[in-house]
Design a protein around this ligand. Structure first.
Ligand code: NAD
Ligand code: LMR
Length: 312
């Protein structure tokens, strides 16, 4: 295991276990999975390790229950996915009180054992849960960052590839704002093979894809009865890569804003330079007047949820 990074994933449910396997497949980290349910993390760890024989990565995943947090000590990155997912008919914001208690408890356990870690928050409502993790850990803003924008952008890019018939690898898009139905797909910064999207697709079709992206999480909840995990797990693992490998990638992440984009003291999705220091820099993107207006609406929606928190 020498020279390996250490990554802890808290919550060994759908998103957590998927993220843990994605990270294990990269083969650069020891992975610790933690879950409050007895034996769940140990069972998932065993299964992921055994898949390594087939897929070609080392069996370095360890699974523990809530009495085993010591195994997470000295982690470079901790991904927090613990908490309830929504069910059909619910909004992410309906989870706020229950998940605040869970995320606060988990963050307390993690922060005292991994004082230098970067925390990647996944639990919903995402922007609010980032506030909870920052308030409880007292880590600097760079080291508490949320995963949502990569997922929302992936949805938008997937719809664009399907609409244009062009490879998703050629699509470059970004989705900013809070991780709620008021999120902001930035059409002005979206290209396919370098060609602006509005030169390839009609305004009406773009509007339809934008609206579908904004409710993309809910579309899956309706189909599955619980929320998505393959794309969220992969998105969280991409953030783990950027941090562990100090990649300095510019990715849409949820960062604590202090004046950037005209927003202060609030977690929101923005392009971030992600490296070993966490959210090392907020990258400024020029938005149209309409996009700025959408971002303001999204900000108001996030503030409404944050103000009900005890830890903010
Ligand atoms: N940010 C995003 O884009 C995004 C995407 C998908 C899901 N989510 C959110 O991620 C969370 C997890 O979703 P899921 O589908 O994996 O749910 P899940 O129910 O499959 O897994 C959650 C796990 O958390 C565990 N848990 C609960 N309390 C805990 C505690 N105190 N300590 C340790 N573990 C605890 C549960 O036992 C469960 O195994 C939800 O809040 C969901 O809304 C966010
Ligand atoms: O939609 C959800 O509740 C889960 C997640 O935030 C998602 O966007 O898939």
């Amino acid at each position: 295991m020498n020279g390996r990074k250490k990554v802890t994933v808290v919550g060994a449910g759908n998103v957590g276990a998927t993220c843990a396997q994605e990270v294990a497949r990269r083969d650069y980290a020891e992975v610790v999975l933690v879950d409050v349910k007895p034996d769940l993390a140990a069972g998932k760890a065993l299964d992921i390790n055994q898949a390594g024989s087939v897929l070609g990565y080392e069996p370095t995943v360890v699974g523990v229950d809530a009495s085993g947090y010591d195994a997470s000590a000295g982690s470079d990155v901790v991904v927090i996915t613990a908490g309830l997912p929504r069910k059909p008919g619910m909004s992410r914001d309906d989870l706020v009180k229950t998940n605040e208690t869970i995320v606060a408890e988990v963050t307390r356990e993690i922060a005292k054992r991994s004082k230098q870690a970067v925390l990647v928050i996944v639990s919903n409502p995402l922007d609010a849960m980032c506030h909870v993790a920052r308030a409880v850990s007292k880590f600097p803003r760079e080291r508490v960052v949320g995963m949502a924008g990569i997922l929302d952008t992936a949805r938008f890019e997937c719809f664009i590839a399907q609409e244009t018939g062009l490879s998703v690898k050629e699509v470059t898009a970004t989705v900013l704002g809070g991780h709620g139905d008021q999120m902001v797909p930035v059409v002005s910064a979206t290209t396919v093979g370098g060609v602006p999207l509005d030169q390839l697709v009609s305004a009406a079709k773009i509007r339809k894809m934008v609206e579908r992206t904004k409710v993309g999480g809910g579309e899956i909840v309706k189909l599955l009865g619980t929320s998505a995990w393959y794309a969220p797990g992969a998105a969280a693992a991409q953030m783990v890569d950027a941090i562990c490998l100090d990649e300095k990638r510019v990715l849409p992440c949820t960062a604590y804003l202090q004046g950037e984009y005209g927003i202060r003291d609030l977690y929101m999705g923005v392009p971030v330079k992600l490296g070993a220091g966490g959210a090392e820099e907020v990258v400024k993107l020029r938005l149209t007047a309409a996009e700025k207006k959408m971002l303001k609406l999204s900000e108001a929606a996030v503030r409404d949820v944050v103000q009900v928190l005890t830890h903010r």
